[in-house]
Design a protein around this ligand. Structure first.
Ligand SMILES: *[C@@H]1O[C@H](CO)[C@@H](O)[C@H](O)[C@H]1NC(C)=O
Ligand SMILES: *[C@@H]1O[C@H](CO)[C@@H](O)[C@H](O)[C@H]1NC(C)=O
Ligand SMILES: *[C@@H]1O[C@H](CO)[C@@H](O)[C@H](O)[C@H]1NC(C)=O
Length: 274
């Protein structure tokens, strides 16, 4: 996966620069390259199913738990000889590491709901390398400054002669989000197969609630896709058959996710909405 991070960064930058110069003829090829790169990342992640057996995972998962919000460390952990002997609490390596999906989140400005679960997502960001954090903050700021989302998607106003280009951008943008969706869907499937079916411990290694946390972000992406697609005129919006197929899958997935989360919550006696 990390092999593709150079291309990912470079195409995110070219999307920003195309938006900054309001050049649709550079935006669309840049979005298209971004989709291809994310597609390669997706394909390489998919190989994890073959490389790591769900039945073995819980045996080493024990060793990657953090401290924060874990029942086995109710009072934190004292590291002897470190600091002033006060207990500390960290979330550990989980979720903290990778900056690829957060980068695309910050470029596309997917709105996350104001929930305690989203707060955990933001808290994870603290655990990343500082130069990644700075870069992501810059991307976010730049995306806002040049108004990439609103301009790329023609949210304010579209001149007639621009229409075709804008429809293409909209389709490509949805394909970018579709990759993020697929990533998060797979993460949910991993959690289901590797963890939820094998242990009843309610907390993920990073201290987030195991059943509801991943769906919080996944649902946000699914909702954004539906909202945008409908806003662009849905099936009549000129975004093509491929996007239409993607959106059918998105709707099915919304439904499946709702049912699965409901089922796991019921089994475990937890609330489905945070
Ligand atoms: C992700 O990769 C898998 C495996 O190659 C593929 O089946 C799936 O269609 C891909 N998803 C997307 C959104 O590209
Ligand atoms: C975290 O990132 C480092 C450096 O890129 C890598 O070696 C390590 O495997 C990553 N850990 C996890 C859990 O992803
Ligand atoms: C990335 O975007 C989120 C909102 O989706 C925002 O809250 C967060 O601060 C951004 N991250 C950075 C590092 O700017």
């Amino acid at each position: 996966m990390a092999l593709h991070s150079g291309a990912l960064v470079s195409f995110c930058l070219s999307v920003l620069s195309a938006a900054s110069s309001r050049s649709r003829s550079s935006l669309n090829p840049s979005l298209s390259s971004l989709v291809s790169t994310l597609t390669s990342i997706n394909a390489s992640m998919e190989t994890m199913w073959k490389r790591s057996r769900p039945t073995k995972y819980t045996s080493f998962r024990t060793f990657i738990f953090g401290i924060t919000a874990q029942s086995m460390f109710p009072d934190g952990v004292v590291y002897e000889g470190v600091g002033d002997g006060e207990p500390v609490s960290f979330r550990g390596e989980s979720g903290a590491n990778d900056s690829m999906i957060p980068l695309v989140d910050n470029l596309t400005a997917v709105p996350y709901p104001d929930t305690p679960l989203t707060k955990i997502l933001m808290d994870f960001r603290q655990y990343r390398p500082s130069n990644h954090r700075e870069f992501l903050a810059w991307v976010r700021g730049e995306a806002e400054r040049v108004g990439v989302r609103a301009w790329a998607l023609g949210l304010d106003r579209v001149e007639e002669e621009e229409e075709e280009g804008v429809e293409e951008s909209r389709g490509l943008w949805l394909k970018v989000l579709n990759q993020v969706r697929d990533f998060r869907w797979r993460h949910w499937c991993f959690a289901r197969e590797y963890i939820l079916k094998r242990t009843s411990h309610p907390t993920a290694t990073g201290g987030s609630p195991i059943v509801t946390w991943l769906p919080n972000q996944l649902q946000a992406v699914l909702d954004e896709m539906v909202r945008l697609y409908e806003g662009f005129g849905g099936d009549e919006g000129g975004m093509g058959e491929e996007v239409k197929g993607i959106m059918e899958l998105v709707r099915r997935q919304q439904e499946t996710l709702r049912k699965e989360v409901g089922k796991f919550c019921e089994e475990r006696g937890v609330q489905a909405s945070a």
